[in-house]
Design a protein around this ligand. Structure first.
Ligand code: TXE
Length: 487
């Protein structure tokens, strides 16, 4: 289908409470992963658009930051309700933009965005600051005030889920926000602008800029009035952003890549482990930074696990996102599919044996140009090879046997990453011991992706800097000031 620019929908930025085209009037193609076709155009925003957004945010800040927590809370609750009311529309948009199954966007992505806004709308009502009495001398009191204008930059894997995860606490704390979704999945961020008006969000408080990382993203990071950056995305990009932001003394929250170990001891609850491991391996086409892509299985049950796991993986239905039977949709882009396929090739060069998958899936028209890949299981690789050290971020897992706790901890901790880890054993003393020693910010014992929004979220090493979630997020988006009063 050739591209007819005139008929393609043009998304717009949302600045100062208005939808507006990019000043330079240039656009980027937005592809539908399920069909491989361009289905809309997004603003290719640049520094001028960011300047406009910062001016709007600067004007809005005195009003927004001087509102009471209750007033801000009510507006954020209405944003949450506004998304909930249009859940189906948001879920269809998310699935079409990202390639994930509609069922997943409906059950996970959009409900979580609703929760993110509602959680921080209520958290801010209970966010208190401290006072410290010094007997006979006086007392200290700490204020925690909003930073001012902050930048929130998010990735394409869980678009509105992660976009709102940053924006909600920033707004709740009284900041004004310049937010940029990934240019690969802009649509639900665009729809969010429509919800803001109805929710009574004052103009300029939340500004949504579309465009590339190198142009729009870079301009947000570089703007001197943007005092903090909250970023989720690749480790390389995180390092680049830090280079720019650090010398400008901006606060930085970096949620980066992962190469998470899934450690399975032979005394695990086998059936529970197996069904959860299917999810931790391939949910969202394996495009979640928390997926357990390195599966370590104790030798006593290695063959049993391998055969049972491969049998289930062979049966996963890869299909277009709207098919209710789909367990695996399309990968997010042609480039990303190529990247994942290149790692499957590398794995074979490094001596790996493909037990399941490893090839693209060809669906009938109109999905024949879509980005589909069979879920892939590989064994026989050394734990130090590139396939086991580098983040692939697709439906690809490796199986590695181990004998002892010491051996598996050495392998699990051998990468530059340290985001999350799952541990399967019925011996809880062992579970706590391993959880204590694994280098990760998030550990699940006999479970995966159980999320309590109050808990600190983030990783160590090359998986990031800082934590999101609960009070951690509100602390990040406020500045503490301690005042001592002599008695
Ligand atoms: O991230 P990018 P992408 C990892 C995963 C994936 C890789 C790339 O390995 O393959 O990151 O994914 C914006 N200044 N994760 O492409 O490129 C960009 O426009 C300012 C893990 O999503 O880092 C987008 O909005 N902004 C992650 C956002 O940064 C810049 C989830 C992310 O883009 C920029 C997703 C720049 N110089 C990917 N360059 C997780 N931890 O959940 C890019 N951007």
């Amino acid at each position: 289908m050739e591209r007819i620019e005139e008929v393609l929908e043009k998304l717009q930025n949302y600045i100062n409470g208005q939808f507006c085209p990019p000043i330079a009037n240039s656009y980027i193609d937005n592809f539908e992963p399920a069909t491989g076709q361009v289905y809309s155009l997004i603003p290719d925003s640049d520094e001028q658009d960011v300047l406009q957004a910062v001016e709007a945010a600067e004007k809005a800040f005195p009003v927004w930051s001087s509102m009471t927590n209750e007033e801000r809370s009510q507006i954020l609750v209405r944003v949450s309700e506004g998304i909930q009311k249009r859940l189906d529309e948001f879920a269809h948009a998310e699935s079409r933009d990202n390639g994930k199954p509609l069922s997943l966007a409906t059950k996970v992505d959009i409900p979580r965005a609703v929760s993110n806004f509602h959680f921080f709308a209520t958290a801010i009502l209970h966010y208190a600051s401290e006072s410290h009495r010094m007997e006979g001398m006086g007392f200290n009191y700490t204020t925690r005030k909003p930073i001012g204008i902050v930048g929130c930059i998010s990735p394409w894997n869980l678009p509105l889920y992660l976009f709102s995860w940053k924006i909600a606490p920033a707004l709740a704390a009284g900041n004004c926000v310049i937010a940029k979704p990934s240019e690969v999945t802009p649509y639900t961020a665009y729809l969010l602008g429509q919800v803001l008006d109805e929710a009574g969000m004052p103009p300029g408080v939340l500004n949504i800029i579309h465009g590339s990382g190198m142009k729009a993203g870079d301009a947000i990071v570089k703007h001197p009035k943007v005092k903090a950056i909250s970023f989720t995305g690749g480790t390389k990009t995180g390092a680049y952003i830090a280079q720019t932001a650090a010398p400008m003394f901006k606060k930085l929250s970096l949620e980066l890549g992962g190469k998470n170990p899934n450690i399975i001891f032979d005394d695990c609850d086998f059936d529970s482990m197996l069904s959860t491991t299917m999810l931790s391996s391939f949910a969202n086409q394996g495009q979640i930074c928390l997926c357990g892509s390195r599966i370590f299985i104790q030798t006593g049950i290695y063959e049993k696990f391998r055969d049972a796991f491969v049998q289930k993986v062979d049966r996963i239905k890869v299909s277009h996102p709207d098919d209710p039977e789909t367990k695996m949709g399309a990968l997010v882009s042609k480039e990303h599919l190529q990247k994942v396929l290149s790692y499957i090739e590398l794995a074979q060069e490094e001596g790996g044996k493909i037990l399941s998958g490893g090839t693209p899936v060809q669906l009938p028209a109109p999905y024949d140009q879509g980005y589909y890949l069979r879920p892939t299981v590989i064994e026989g690789l050394d734990f130090q090879c590139r396939t086991n050290q580098e983040e692939i971020f697709g439906p690809v897992v490796t199986l590695t046997p181990f004998e002892s706790e010491e051996e598996v901890l050495k392998m699990a901790n051998s990468t530059q990453y340290g985001l999350s880890c799952t541990i399967w054993t019925e011996n809880l003393k062992k579970a706590h011991r391993v959880a204590d020693q694994v280098e990760a910010g998030i550990v699940w014992i006999n479970s995966w992706l159980v999320r309590d929004l109050r808990t600190p979220f983030g990783g160590v090493k090359a998986s990031g800097v800082g934590r999101e979630g609960g009070w951690e997020a509100l602390r990040f988006f406020t500045e503490a000031k301690n005042i001592f009063v002599k008695s």
